[in-house]
Design a protein. Sequence first.
Length: 592
Amino acid sequence: MSANTEALEDFSQLTAPLEGEATPEAIASSGHRRPLGQQLIGANLLKPEDLERALAEQANSNQPLGEQLLEMGAVSEEQLLPYIEAQLGVPSARLREGLLDPAAVRVLPRELAERLLALALFRVRDTLIVAMHDPFDLDQIDTIERVTRLNVRPVFAFRTAINRMLKRGYEDDFEVDAVTADMDDDAVELQSDITGVDIASVQDLVEGSPVINLVNYLILQSIRKGASDIHVEPSRNYGVVRFRIDGQLVEMLRPRRDIYPAIVSRIKVMAKLDIAEQRTPQDGRCQVIVDGKEVDLRISTLPTVLGEKVVMRVLDKGRLTFNLDKLGIPTEMLPTIKTLLGRPYGLFLVTGPTGSGKTTTLYSALELIKSVHRNIVTVEDPVEYQMELINQVQIDSTRNVTFASALRSILRQDPDVILVGEIRDTETAKVAVQAALTGHLVLTTLHTNDAAGAVTRLMDMGVESYKLASALVGVLAQRLVRTICPKCRSSHYASEEFLRSLHYKGDMRRAFARGEGCRECFDTGFQGRHGIYELLPADSKLRSLVAAEASVDEVHAWRRELNLPTLLEGGLELAKREVTSLEEVARIALFE
């Protein structure tokens, strides 16, 4: 059985709503014969005032309510389609990249497709699947069957979606996917001097192939959408491309399974990896110019049972700011941090999970203290961003360049400031503390829940408590919470029970903000991120606690005596200012 036959027999799988969304079955069981607007209100997808506004504008525009709601941005296409499908009793299609078969599109002449506002999706033997805004128009169906000499099976799609895909489906270079039709040829340029790849020979090998355009499109869109990573993953029936945006993965594209190996090979060529080796993980990097700016890509491959998975870390320095004043650190905390970084020697720790912004904070600290009068050396795995006036060392286990060995070599280079990318083992921890005790300012990171945990973690790793007490300058714990999308912001009242679980001590009856989800934020309700911080400056009392090998609870008690804000309190402050939601604060900072 062919892939298209499977698609025809169960077309709903092609257009299935994402997890958590309403299904047609659920809609039918909840009484789908009610008016569309009332159904959406009952499902908490639409506000009554938005429905009133849509009905008022519909009277002037004379277009269907669903189209009007989409135009207003009141609901998303993914949310609306199951309700339309349940009402009409025919399948619906969310027209997207990868769904169209280029050969099937051209079965229907372009002039006729534009006049009827109909788009052929794919063909299975003598049946043509056609997206139509009115799937019950028998005259149009007869016309299409007469011209194509095929049986027509109509599916519903929104007018705007059909118009959008019509423009792409009939482009001359529409062969693999319609996704690259509106991309400029010079939007993404591979820097051959960085990767060492003979670009001319590669172009000759794949001349006319759309794979290069498709990979370029993925890179281009990742930069424009602010993604930190591109995940290219195999599955049984198709490939999957997901972007990590604001810390969450969002599915962007499903390329056909038959071209998936070519996509992986193109990425491996860019990173100067071995195309023939598919059973061993590989790592590489390359540099591209996107929209006129240089962007580094760190590329990793991993063999899976279905094929190679590729992850591209997008390192866009132009999108970041290495400025402590612009990282969202509270104004009352910032002077203390700068004072601690101004110390001539000692150990300054930044803690938090992967992806919490620790590297950005450390680079910002280096930007603050670097000068021509200081020798600053870093040891990182990997070096993510190259900086002026900084000597950066890359970890390489194949040449026995580890954090500990590199750190010992750095100490013979007469450094003033040393940045250790991460303390992973006892040896590195002891060398870093010893360096801090012998006249060097050492900046480094740890993976702990909060600032107090970093102190006990180092002692658990074998660092003598008296040495740590003498070396410690301060500990900064941090997290990144997603900020509410301005396009779909709304107010709500949280339950008293939920507020108490967050240790909230303010007005229990006040309103908080959250995002409902829209096209702009990929239905997440969030757009962008903001830091929350917890600082423990090492005063005499904290040094005494460390020397006495105090527990985490004792350090927490000392912090409460000084009324130092916690990560949770920092998150609640952002929620009160309606920067983020209470649910996001609970997800990120509620671990006590």
